[in-house]
Design a binder for this molecule. Sequence first.
Ligand code: SAH
Length: 501
Amino acid sequence: MKSKGAVYLVGAGPGDAGLLTLRGAELLAAADVVVYDQLVNPDLLRLAPQAELIHRGKGMAMPQAEITALILAKAREGKTVVRLKGGDPYIFGRGGEEAEALVAAKIHFEVVPGVSSIVAAPNYAGIPLTHREHCSSFTVFTGHGDPAEAHTDLRYDQIAKIPGTKVVLMGMDRLAEWTQNLIAHGLAAETPVAVVQQATTGRQRSVAGTLGNIAALAAEKKISPPALTVLGGVVTLRDRLNWFEHRPMFGKRIVVTRTRTQASELSRQLAGRGAEVLEIPTIKAVPPTNVTPLADALLELNSYDWLVFTSPTGVTKFFEFFFRGFEDMRDIGGVRIAAVGPATAAKLKELHLKVDVMPEEFVGGKIAAALAKYETVENLKFCLLRAEVATRELPQALEALGGIVDDIPCYRTVPETEDRTGAAARLLEAGADWITFTSGSTVENFHARFDLPALLKQFPQIKLASIGPETSKALTALGLQSTVEAKPHTIEGLVAALEKQ
Ligand code: SAH
């Protein structure tokens, strides 16, 4: 039976991906379709890798009637639709209208609140909405409406008289107009005011002044939507409470070029220090061209003396296949396990598998020597679980010592061409402060996708950060130089080196 469709109006929060609710994340993971607006942080779409994505387009390109019709149509097909809206769905987002249409169409719906920019933007600009010494209320209104229009209930004469903090959404187009209006109706021109653009994201910018001069200051600083304005004594607390904008990498746009699965740690550390991170992986791992050797190896795992993993991806991909065929980890048998390099060993540790030998260097001869030191290699059977295109060095070195080797491709790396989060488009449009490289191959693959020297010519402010000498060599080969080389050659070392800049 076809499942019945449902629509979830989900608040995506104000920008910072970490401000999505757990319920929102759960629904994204279960969605067949995600329909999202311009204000939504596209990084959140990673939580729905399985879903069809429909972007409403810049400046709400798709009209409201069309978007409502689309949501209804998808739900009627039996799909689970997540309608992802910036901030909270019921605050100036026409969420109420969409919910009414769902009721009329008798489609099951739920609404998941989101962290609204009303509370998040002032906070991230160092401003508490209320504070005992300043106010005991706050008022929210839109600065977008024309008070002369019949349908609006905006009354500047009354707003000017309400005490307490005021928060103004959508107020950029008419900033000069409504600020003057409030002054004309008696609100002091000296009232402290701050405007925050793209709040809670790595692109946040803010400016503070007074009701009298904020329009001029915002124009001078070229503040543009989405932006929110806060009025009141609480704005003065910003000097002391501005935790977000004072983080060490605030305002820096940094490109991370690792594959999606490996990128998270670097991205997390950079974002945690306030950077705007653009994750632009240039390669991804896909199944090998021929899976038969792997399927055969899985059937005779018991015949091997050693499983040899040479990359974290190899571990991930091997066990993906393994658990398709087996339910129990004990089916791996009494085999010994070798992992080349600490990252590969760490991946195995996540699975609670003990590594018997961990050769440090990625050189065939050295790996074979490390295994031979553990026990005599002669007549032992090795299963190498590697990428499809790997050098013959390691199998040859083991065979030279009398080992019997099956070289089994577990995955194949191919260029990444998708840009689901729009990070690549953003780099090409706005450039960046740093591009980070964590291996020679990230350099080569990034160059293949973007033409690195040409990109640097177009955006001369871009600087290059390398994790170590091998990676720097790959840059030199392109006639380029890194500004920063990490020491130690680890993710932590790279982050520390960037923080010092
Ligand atoms: N439902 C949203 C508001 C939608 S109306 C919410 O709850 O936040 C759009 C307006 O919200 C923008 O014009 C701007 O005034 C404000 N806004 C939304 N996100 C913002 C952000 N990250 N920074 C500053 N203002 C934001």
